[in-house]
Write a protein that binds this ligand. Structure first.
Ligand SMILES: C[S@@+](CC[C@H](N)C(=O)[O-])C[C@H]1O[C@@H](n2cnc3c(N)ncnc32)[C@H](O)[C@@H]1O
Length: 199
């Protein structure tokens, strides 16, 4: 994947990413995503966080999932991965640099895939979702939290051209990637939504 402006900006932000009001907002979204994920998949064994940033969500899931054997995070920004590695104290957590579009795991490696506020940055969202489906076991769960709102429709004809920022577009992409049983959840601020789906 070409290294884009979005990813370069996250390399700069990585050391202080969890601080301040933006850090608190990301923690809140991650906490709610963990609650929802564990409602749908109460005892995941193998978890992947795509666009994991500094690894907060995986740390939370690790603390709440004693039966999990592996919790993996991947992120396009190498400084995010270094920060995630430095903050992790649980041996089951593994972080590596890479992209959603080219996940380096074999098919059906995970039973839960999560992603928070990363999807909007993926250079090729359809390819990324197809990879998420590939690495999930049949019946495995995807929990995807990001900018999804009808209010954002005007932005996809501007700077975020082609991005799946509305439920309609995201639903079409998820379905094309092989997901089913899609459910939309309204538990975030107006423009942040979450969709859950089954492989
Ligand atoms: C707003 S941050 C979210 C980080 C974390 N998930 C959170 O909720 O705090 C977006 C992250 O997506 C990563 N990212 C951008 N494009 C990506 C891609 N194609 N594949 C994987 N990660 C990507 C960025 O490097 C950044 O760390």
């Amino acid at each position: 994947m070409a290294r884009d402006r979005d990813v370069a900006a996250f390399d700069i932000r990585a050391p202080g990413y969890e601080a301040g009001w933006r850090g608190r907002l990301h923690h809140q979204i991650a906490d709610r995503t963990a609650d929802l994920a564990l409602t749908l998949a109460p005892k995941p064994r193998r978890v992947l966080d795509v666009g994991c940033g500094t690894g907060y969500l995986l740390r939370r899931l690790g603390a709440r999932c004693p039966d999990a054997v592996a919790l993996a995070g991947i992120d396009a920004a190498t400084a995010m991965i270094s920060t995630a590695q430095a903050l992790a104290t649980d041996d089951r957590l593994r972080f590596l640099p890479g992209t959603a579009e080219d996940l380096p795991w074999s098919a059906q490696a995970f039973d839960l895939v999560v992603s928070t506020t990363s999807f909007d940055h993926w250079a090729d969202q359809q390819a990324g979702l197809t990879q998420c489906a590939r690495v999930l076991v049949p019946g495995g769960r995807l929990v995807l939290a990001d900018l999804f709102s009808a209010w954002l429709a005007p932005t996809v004809i501007g700077s975020r051209r082609g991005k799946a920022r509305t439920r309609g577009r995201a639903t079409r992409m998820l379905t094309a990637a092989g997901f089913h049983d899609l459910q939309w959840h309204d538990r975030y601020a107006v423009i942040i939504g979450v969709v859950t789906a089954r492989r």
